[in-house]
Design a protein around this ligand. Sequence first.
Ligand SMILES: O=P(O)(O)O[C@H]1[C@H](O)[C@@H](O)[C@H](O)[C@@H](O)[C@@H]1O
Ligand SMILES: [Mg+2]
Ligand SMILES: [Mg+2]
Length: 269
Amino acid sequence: MAEQWQDVLDHAVAVAQKAGKVVREALQSDRKVSTKSSSIDLVTQTDQKVEQLIIQSVKETFPAHRFIGEESVAAGEPCDLTDEPTWIIDPIDGTTNFFPLAFLLIMGVVYSCLEDKMFVARRGKGAFCNGKQLRVSDQKDIHCSIVATEFGSNRDGGAVEKIFSSLRKVVCLPVHGVRGAGSAAINLCLVASGCVEAYYEIGVHVWDVAAGALMVTEAGGVLMDVEGGALDMMSRRILAANNRHIAEQIVGQIQAFTPQRDDAPPQQQ
Ligand SMILES: O=P(O)(O)O[C@H]1[C@H](O)[C@@H](O)[C@H](O)[C@@H](O)[C@@H]1O
Ligand SMILES: [Mg+2]
Ligand SMILES: [Mg+2]
């Protein structure tokens, strides 16, 4: 008998490859950019087209499955994570070339379509890039560590102050360097691959991080809230690291704030 969920994972990889082709083609032509929550929260027709392509394809094969998709939520669909089999989709994450998918947090797929790198993780079975097993860095010294982060799309003055202040404190620990791939999903894959020791961000959404978060734990890393408690996928805050010691030193530098949760009820007009 085929292993449980293997058909779902195979479907996720196949649809990621199909979507990657659409994104690569669109990079030659699609420049129609619209805004969502703010002037720097951008969406293109390709984001919407790719999300629909994935949802249609999954529905045909797994009609009972549910979805949390970035562009569907932006269009008013609920962001409810239940015990039903649920696909969490970010059709394009970051600089128009990354593509994360998570299925009920038991498997994750991130396809970096310009590099043709397919990252796949399954709970309890490891994380892989193009078939090669991933392992986090074994660095234990924060001063020799590289930390990834992003400014995000929040331009509220108080939040920006805290983001800069946290970054200044992290830089001055000192750490070896700071990076940002422009994509939460890829930053998490960089932690899982051992290319950076840690990644933190406040303001991300569940679809930005669900797939990459599994990549990190399956590669031997840790996840927590930016204030050190357990990670809450809907809280829009995440810290991922190669080990707990590195994570806790970063926690000590972060000035946290609390964005509106992904699962908050819709705001009254
Ligand atoms: O490109 P997105 O899917 O919107 O995700 C981005 C997010 O918009 C940005 O605010 C974060 O800083 C990035 O880490 C996300 O990947
Ligand atoms: Mg995203
Ligand atoms: Mg996106």
